[in-house]
Design a protein around this ligand. Structure first.
Ligand SMILES: C[S@@+](CC[C@H](N)C(=O)[O-])C[C@H]1O[C@@H](n2cnc3c(N)ncnc32)[C@H](O)[C@@H]1O
Length: 205
């Protein structure tokens, strides 16, 4: 089927690999993409906004994550910006994981560990999450995904999420905030919002 959703675990669309390039002031990446993965023809504009507007990882960060890594533009940028950290690149789509692994190897980034969502070692706490999350999986599944991954943030760590305005960025920000993760909009550019989310705050007894 050529019309797989990008978040299908095992895309059936025939492979047709191609190349895209990501140019940031500090990082250039040549990335192989394919049919059946998100934004195969160009690096997604929202992903570019996230990488331009969010801070670089702090030097003390040891464990970072890109939740929904696709073919790897965010994970590989983090790995390049934080060479001493491990970057967990997480995706349900096995073709995306294969591409992300290939792209990390090609870029010489040995600090990227590409995994399925249930493969993160249990004791890992994250010093930062960067994500262009899969809004199209639906509100319930998205909320569940966010609760799970935000719950793994170390105290004082943050997550940065990019969400399209017309796909509900502002209501999602409110929902995350009300669920106990203080959330701010730190940038609004083109059609996108970048949200900064703090680690969970326990409610007062
Ligand atoms: C909007 S795309 C972003 C891809 C990539 N980070 C980029 O910037 O090009 C969201 C990604 O989340 C993945 N995804 C969907 N459901 C997921 C889940 N439950 N856990 C982890 N990743 C998931 C999709 O397969 C897709 O690759």
């Amino acid at each position: 089927m050529a019309n797989d959703q990008y978040f299908t675990a095992s895309p059936t669309a025939a492979s047709a690999r191609r190349e895209v390039r990501l140019d940031l002031p500090d990082v250039t990446l040549h990335l192989t993409t394919d049919r059946g993965v998100f934004s195969a023809d160009r690096v997604d504009p929202g992903t570019r906004v996230l990488l331009a507007e969010s801070p670089v990882p702090p030097p003390s960060a040891a464990q970072l994550a890109d939740v929904g890594c696709g073919y790897g533009p965010i994970a590989l940028t983090l790995a390049s910006r934080a060479p001493d950290a491990i970057v967990w690149a997480i995706d349900v789509n096995e073709r995306a994981r294969e591409l992300c692994r290939h792209n990390a190897e090609r870029a010489g980034l040995a600090n990227v560990s590409v995994i399925a969502p249930d493969e993160l070692p249990r004791d890992v706490r994250l010093d930062g999450i960067w994500s262009n999350p899969p809004i199209r999986i639906g509100k319930g599944a998205l909320h569940e995904l966010l609760l799970h991954w935000l719950g793994l943030l170390a105290p004082d760590a943050h997550a940065w999420l990019v969400v399209q305005k017309h796909l509900g960025a502002d209501s999602l920000a409110r929902w995350i905030d009300e669920a106990g993760w203080p959330t701010r909009r730190i940038a609004s550019r083109q059609a996108y919002r970048v949200l900064e989310v703090d680690a969970h705050v326990e409610a007062e007894p």
